[in-house]
Design a protein around this ligand. Structure first.
Ligand code: PLP
Length: 390
């Protein structure tokens, strides 16, 4: 049975070129990049080459790139590093938990926070951000692409608002990396976070853009690594892998890979929507298409449990994610879909299909073969369809 991995927003496999680039840095060029001897300097040179690549990726200066352990650390660094008791913080109700949980922690330390809700189409309205501003607002943090719906947020307009108000602006760009061309100048942000494993790089490594002069306190203190912005011996193989993944992502963005992927995603979506009792979350604002990452579609299915469909598809060789998350043993509907106004049943019965950039027509054909079978079967036996579930 073929296996199709359609959960690229959860993580992606390393591309062979990334593995090859990293290979020498495990054993041969193993030095500590802070050491002054040749072994250290060879590692240092590789880290600095990756820094240059990331500077190109973000469109910033080399000195504004800080390597870290990934998206969660970047999000935490912006929030813990810029906010102080008495400050006001603006973020959105559809952020990743790396932002939401950090915000809740800061609330306990006396940082008032406004969680701006999305419109039903999944877009954050910049006017709502403007309305939320207070004299004591210090930071705005908004994601570039939502991990569940793929909806691309109007970060340039929000950057304008932040600039006019003299407020710091952080972008969680984890789900945008490799899917849209970045330009931190155009975004008007002070910080931006990415993670290598969402763009065919290794897990546990990421990078932040930190605009020169941004007074962010380091999250991790110790040595003088990363210009004192992030202590800890740098992860040379990981950083080299991130650099190579960023290089390949820039090539893909230029060679039409995203346009090809959007066509595949649209064919997948149209094929599933041919089933009765289905619809897309975050694709339309009335008759206007909502900007989305090319690989993602989030679809609701009436009269079935999303989790049951995730399992049924897995057994048929298709990996996707559901619209629920397990919190302390209980399955909770997605906070993103709930914030968009879906009811609990529909949020629970929503699935995220997020294709890899290496996806093929045959992958989509396989998904379109197995989804209708699985949906029909589950609806036939579903207590939800029979009206017996609460
Ligand atoms: N932000 C978003 C939007 C994400 O989707 C994720 C991961 O799913 C993260 C942050 C966390 O990134 P990491 O897995 O590198 O900690």
């Amino acid at each position: 049975m073929p296996r199709v991995y359609a959960d690229g927003n959860a993580t992606t496999p390393l591309l062979p070129e990334v593995v090859e680039a990293m290979r020498p840095y495990w054993i041969e060029i193993f030095g500590n990049a802070s050491s002054i001897h040749i072994d250290g300097q060879r590692a240092h040179a590789a880290v600095e080459r990756s820094r240059q690549t990331l500077a190109e990726f973000f469109n910033c200066h080399d000195a504004e790139v800080v390597f870290n352990s990934g998206g969660t650390e970047g999000d935490n660094t912006a929030i813990f590093g810029l906010l102080r008791p008495g400050d006001h913080f603006i973020t959105t109700a559809i952020e990743h938990s790396a932002v939401l949980q950090a915000a809740h922690r800061m609330e306990r330390f006396g940082v008032a926070t406004t969680f701006v809700g999305p419109r039903p189409c999944g877009l954050i309205d910049p006017a709502e951000i403007l309305r939320a501003l207070r004299p004591e607002t210090r930071l705005i943090s908004v994601m570039l692409a939502n991990n569940e719906t793929g909806v691309l947020q109007p970060v340039e307009e929000i950057g304008e608002i932040a600039r006019a108000a003299g407020v710091f602006f952080h972008i969680d760009a984890v789900q945008g990396a490799g899917k849209v061309r970045f330009d931190v100048g155009r975004y008007g942000c002070h910080m931006l976070s990415i993670s290598a494993h969402k763009m065919h790089g290794p897990k546990g490594v990421g990078a932040m853009f930190v605009r020169r002069g941004t007074p962010v306190e380091p999250l991790i203190v110790g040595g003088t690594h990363e210009r004192r912005q992030r202590a800890g011996t740098v992860n040379t193989p990981g950083i080299v892998g991130l650099g190579r993944a960023a290089e390949l992502a820039m090539h893909s963005l230029e060679d039409g890979a995203m346009e090809r992927l959007a066509k595949l995603r649209d064919r997948l979506q149209a094929g599933i929507l041919a089933l009765p009792g289905t619809g897309v979350n975050g694709a339309w604002d009335g008759a206007t298409p909502v900007p989305r990452a090319a690989n993602t579609t989030n679809i609701w299915f009436d009269d079935l449990e999303g989790e049951a469909l995730v399992i049924a598809l897995d057994l048929k060789g298709v990996a996707v994610s559901g619209g629920s998350a397990c919190h302390s043993g209980a399955t909770e509907p997605s906070h993103v879909l709930m914030a968009m106004g879906l009811d609990k049943a529909r949020a629970r019965a929503s699935l995220r299909f997020s294709l890899l950039k290496t996806a093929t027509d045959a992958d989509v054909d396989h998904i379109l073969r197995v989804v209708p079978e699985a949906v029909e079967h589950l609806r036939a036996i579903s207590p939800v369809a029979a009206g017996t579930a609460g």
